[in-house]
Unconditional design. Sequence first.
Length: 192
Amino acid sequence: MAFGYSFEKLVLYAWSLGIGTTWIGGTMKREGFEKAAGVGAGEMMPCVSPLGYPAKKRSFKESLMRKGVGADNRMPAEKLFFDETLDRPLVSPAKDLINDLIEMVRWAPSAVNKQPWRVVVQDRKYHFYEKKDKGYVNEATGDLQKIDVGIALCHFVMGIEERNNTAVVTVSDPGITIPGDMEYIATVSMGE
């Protein structure tokens, strides 16, 4: 999760400079990258990103690939954000800040666009969970979906901070009942 959070900060900073990036995890030739980076025993390089200047127009192949993985589609907010419990979707909150944060999290990148994060809102606290799918954990990369949750968490926290609010991230499971395919990750509290 920390890797996803930190690496996404780097990716977003590069974009702020006009430098294009993309996350590459499952399809990279890991051994070559790890050798070049001097990755030692017990270490791993789960993802990389090329840096460069984006083409003015997408190639036909890129357009097909993006369509194939649904890169321009996102789940609706009510499948990702919940009010107090996971059986109650969060109805459009009144505050514009929260609506903006929800959109920032919805549009965060994730491996094959799975959006494995779920957020339960309780008393100005935002509890982040990982909804696990089979096939995203292996010895070479670890849990790629935890990286995705870190990316979403980064978007949420940076969105709060961009609006001159403070965000405090803690790990203290609130004890919300969750299904067996989910795991508590972290909680974000928002100050003014």
